[in-house]
Design a protein around this ligand. Sequence first.
Ligand code: FAD
Ligand code: NAG
Ligand code: NAG
Ligand code: NAG
Ligand code: NAG
Ligand code: NAG
Ligand code: NAG
Ligand code: NAG
Ligand code: NAG
Ligand code: NAG
Ligand code: NAG
Ligand code: NAG
Ligand code: NAG
Length: 562
Amino acid sequence: MVFLCLSLALGLVTHYVAAVVTSTLDDLIGKQFDFVVVGAGAGGGVIANRLTEDPDVSVLLIEAGGSNEGVLDVAAPGLVNLLVNSAWDWNFTSTPQTALNNRTLSVSRGFILGGTTSINQMVYTRGSSEDYDLWANITDDEGWSWDSLQKYIRKNERFTSPADHHNTTGQFDPDVHSFDGIVDVSLQGFSTGIDNRTIQTTSELSEEFPFNLDMNSGYQLGIGWVQATIGNGTRSSSAATYLGPSFISRPNLHVLLNTRVLRILQTENKQPNFRTVEFTQDSGETTHTVTASKEVIISAGTIMTPHILMHSGIGDSEELDLLGIRIVHHLPSVGKNLTEQPIVRNKWLVNSTDTLETIARNDTLLAEVTEEWERRRMGPLVDPPLSFIGWLRLPDNSSIFQQVPDPAAGPNTSHYELIVTNGALAQPAPATGNFLTFSTSVSSPTSRGSVFLNSSNPLQYPLINFNLFSTTFDRFTVREAFRNTKRFLAAHSWDGYILAPPTNATTDEELDEYINENAATENHPVGTAAMASKSAAYGVVDPDLRVKGLSGLRIVDAFYEM
Ligand SMILES: Cc1cc2nc3c(=O)[nH]c(=O)nc-3n(C[C@H](O)[C@H](O)[C@H](O)COP(=O)(O)OP(=O)(O)OC[C@H]3O[C@@H](n4cnc5c(N)ncnc54)[C@H](O)[C@@H]3O)c2cc1C
Ligand SMILES: *[C@@H]1O[C@H](CO)[C@@H](O)[C@H](O)[C@H]1NC(C)=O
Ligand SMILES: *[C@@H]1O[C@H](CO)[C@@H](O)[C@H](O)[C@H]1NC(C)=O
Ligand SMILES: *[C@@H]1O[C@H](CO)[C@@H](O)[C@H](O)[C@H]1NC(C)=O
Ligand SMILES: *[C@@H]1O[C@H](CO)[C@@H](O)[C@H](O)[C@H]1NC(C)=O
Ligand SMILES: *[C@@H]1O[C@H](CO)[C@@H](O)[C@H](O)[C@H]1NC(C)=O
Ligand SMILES: *[C@@H]1O[C@H](CO)[C@@H](O)[C@H](O)[C@H]1NC(C)=O
Ligand SMILES: *[C@@H]1O[C@H](CO)[C@@H](O)[C@H](O)[C@H]1NC(C)=O
Ligand SMILES: *[C@@H]1O[C@H](CO)[C@@H](O)[C@H](O)[C@H]1NC(C)=O
Ligand SMILES: *[C@@H]1O[C@H](CO)[C@@H](O)[C@H](O)[C@H]1NC(C)=O
Ligand SMILES: *[C@@H]1O[C@H](CO)[C@@H](O)[C@H](O)[C@H]1NC(C)=O
Ligand SMILES: *[C@@H]1O[C@H](CO)[C@@H](O)[C@H](O)[C@H]1NC(C)=O
Ligand SMILES: *[C@@H]1O[C@H](CO)[C@@H](O)[C@H](O)[C@H]1NC(C)=O
């Protein structure tokens, strides 16, 4: 094992830097691994950590990106917007979206230890209990229900005091949290100028926009304070936690960075047994293989997991045949049912200078708040750019339900999400003006798309087609979400604050024009390696996460709340 001491170019205080323990190719020669895990993101980090709790189990974790250590923009929550299209992003792009004037959309995924947990907005959202109970129903496995999963949710979470140590009474419900898990979770650590107005609106318009003390209790509906995977004002990613210094140095855990997995190969010809991983460290010039003695676990995420499977000949046989890929296992659900939450970032012009733009546009001020963060973990950079979240439903008598069934997992599960930001989210910030952003997204979308291959070359990026707004429900919901947001901001609490709306559109047609130009992906893709019951004719994995019809191969990817 080699200790790679990273050169620290950052100067002054670098408390978030520690030596990382990683392997080189030479370290692997002659070693045997029980498990090989592909991808060190949300799923891969947890699996590698839990498997190596047993000192007799050896794990090789392979990650395409580099180390997170010493990366300021990754560690400081307030700099998260700098991570999109950065060196730590895969920078995928969707195919032209026909319902959105054929625009292509950017698709961010973490290219770094910790995967997308190292670049995401850190919002800690469990979802509604009904979502989990639906998983249990679909998989015919009670182990996936809300109640059954509580013990793991609690093993994961370590609720901690926010950076400013303010009194958090009335901002969350301690009874539904755990204080001794691994991933830090905390409330906002630097208050913003719009917090009081937002809170006041939840009492002023309590019927439509009720306050929810804790949206992670299983009952998610309403508006409440954001909880984020942050501790001591610092990102608590899967790299910083499950692969943190005390775990990554376990002698039975080997981590290979900057290594791209190309395919999974059949290990024995007799049985469909896939335990051999093919990878490259030089863009395909030379390839290597490693064989797990027990299992291979793919945790490459929603975009790359189906990509690897299909290049390995696991997918729809007719479609792979057209690309000249030798089929080894016909599994038509691979890459299908891609589901994304479309978001519109609605930006109101406001009468205030106490917003994010003021910092983003002033290099001197940005340097000051960065230094404050580095020295004390205080100030505006301790939080991601959002302070409240709402989970809301269309009314039961909404006309859409005369056309389509309610797609939410139950009557207490949201149709749309509201995200409140004290500023504009655009990067770079708009040249003038101060803003309030109310982002609206469809949280129970019904459009389905796919991840498919561009060619038989595993180094080429896949074709990602979300098919956003291909259903009436999604279109209807995003329009209503915008209209409801206007009602929220018409409350007295906002008197004198709002100067101009993001659009004057009011009719469906006008709103559609605005949406078609402004909708984006929320970067919450799921569904391409779906779990289904053992007896179901569709699905990629069974409820034990084994690839259907094969042995030696599992898939463990994080799923965002659906
Ligand atoms: C900008 C942004 C903001 C977000 N905000 C939130 C939020 O606030 N709250 C929330 O809950 N979710 C958020 N998400 C979504 C959430 O982070 C992801 O759903 C989650 O991290 C996905 O986990 P995963 O394990 O499936 O994949 P990832 O975390 O993406 O992990 C996959 C890993 O596999 C590696 N990999 C891929 N292909 C290969 C290969 N061929 N060889 C080797 N390694 C490979 C990748 O580099 C990566 O490290 C956000 C996402 C983005 C992009
Ligand atoms: C993503 O784009 C950025 C900016 O162009 C670039 O620096 C980075 O290398 C790209 N990521 C990958 C994985 O190629
Ligand atoms: C989108 O592209 C398709 C196929 O190229 C074309 O038929 C259609 O007219 C385009 N739509 C718009 C709004 O440009
Ligand atoms: C799933 O829910 C449906 C509808 O409520 C019910 O008929 C079915 O029995 C449930 N299946 C399981 C396995 O719980
Ligand atoms: C926090 O506030 C609550 C209610 O306002 C109060 O009862 C409690 O004593 C406060 N806690 C501390 C530690 O000050
Ligand atoms: C918000 O309300 C709290 C409690 O009522 C008060 O202490 C604080 O000063 C208010 N903040 C602003 C910015 O008005
Ligand atoms: C997509 O998911 C649905 C269930 O939501 C299932 O019935 C269908 O078979 C899936 N399609 C594929 C190709 O797996
Ligand atoms: C902005 O707010 C100030 C008070 O804080 C007020 O005097 C001024 O008239 C407002 N400007 C506009 C354009 O409403
Ligand atoms: C930028 O921030 C610095 C430091 O807080 C401040 O002195 C300066 O006035 C600001 N500049 C502008 C243009 O607001
Ligand atoms: C929080 O971070 C600061 C700055 O790096 C450090 O001095 C302090 O010890 C940390 N506190 C905790 C509780 O880890
Ligand atoms: C739904 O019910 C509410 C209150 O009962 C009523 O104000 C509204 O007009 C109804 N909407 C429709 C589409 O019927
Ligand atoms: C929805 O949640 C409310 C409040 O917790 C509860 O009273 C009600 O029984 C729930 N409805 C269903 C169908 O579970
Ligand atoms: C909305 O209408 C007003 C008044 O006609 C106009 O000044 C403003 O530019 C319009 N806003 C947008 C976003 O088009």
